[in-house]
Design a protein around this ligand. Structure first.
Ligand code: F6R
Length: 242
């Protein structure tokens, strides 16, 4: 595991974007595993800047996202599909046909999970998986207690996750209770992982996930076992690391 600590958000976002830039230079058709939430927005802005400056070409890149809420259509402004278009896809030259996100409004959720697994497999797996981490240690929507062995599956969101995500909704009642998430197995199969965390409120979970015992009650702790993990932290999120 390599831990890189940045003094500012700008520095962290630039470093994060450079991982994608380097990958796409050497592998223009790379499969990018992407995340939503607050953490990656600045990094996505850097990717957009680099694209506009002619430094990154996404024309052959593929994207697979970690998760989607069950019950929200792709046009719903709270859906992760919408988030990705707003914050990245519509600003770069990635082919929309190459952007994959679980579909949260299918009748057969289990079949959708199997379809998503087939998509990832048909792309040859994920080259670089970007991750944020929840305050309870979730990665994707793999909540505490979920096994480390699952592929894409439906989940009931933890109370803490619903409260944390309520900031994006009109009220907490509007936050969907269920989601489809890539499983820990899928995440761990990525060839490389970039975990990003910012802010003092993440310092405790960052310490527990990276320095504590590997335990499904802290899903992010499994990342300690990944052979190619880079952790990008700002100085606040790194505050409890020795
Ligand atoms: C998002 C995701 C989640 C977030 C996590 C942290 O696709 O999978 O695991 O990374 O909830 O969210 P933020 O970045 O908003 O603190």
């Amino acid at each position: 595991m390599e831990i890189v600590i940045s003094n500012s958000a700008d520095e962290l976002n630039l470093k994060g974007a450079e991982y994608f830039e380097r990958l796409l230079l050497t592998k223009p058709d790379a499969v990018l595993g992407l995340a939503t939430g607050s953490t990656p927005i600045g990094l996505y802005n850097e990717l957009i800047k680099k694209y506009k400056a002619g430094k990154i070409d996404f024309s052959r890149a593929k994207a697979v996202n970690l998760d989607e809420y069950i019950g929200l259509s792709q046009s719903d402004i709270q859906s992760y599909s919408y988030f990705m278009r707003q914050n990245l896809f519509s600003h770069i030259n990635i082919d929309p046909a190459n952007c994959h996100i679980p579909n949260g409004i299918v009748d057969d959720i289990d079949e959708e999970c199997r379809r998503y697994e087939r998509v990832i497999k048909s792309l040859g797996g994920i080259d670089l998986q970007l991750l944020g981490i929840g305050h309870d240690g979730h990665i994707g929507f793999n909540e505490p207690g979920d096994s480390f062995e699952k592929g894409t599956h439906p989940v009931e969101l933890a109370r803490e996750t619903i409260s944390a995500n309520a900031r994006f909704f009109e009220s907490i009642e509007k936050v969907p209770r269920r989601a489809i998430t890539m499983g820990i197995k899928g995440i761990m199969n990525a060839k490389s992982i970039l975990l990003v965390a910012t802010g003092a409120d993440k310092a405790s979970i960052v310490r527990r996930a990276l320095m504590g015992p590997i335990d499904p009650r802290i899903p992010g702790s499994v990342l300690q076992l990944h052979p190619n993990l880079t952790v990008l932290l700002d100085i606040s999120a790194a505050g409890e690391l020795q």
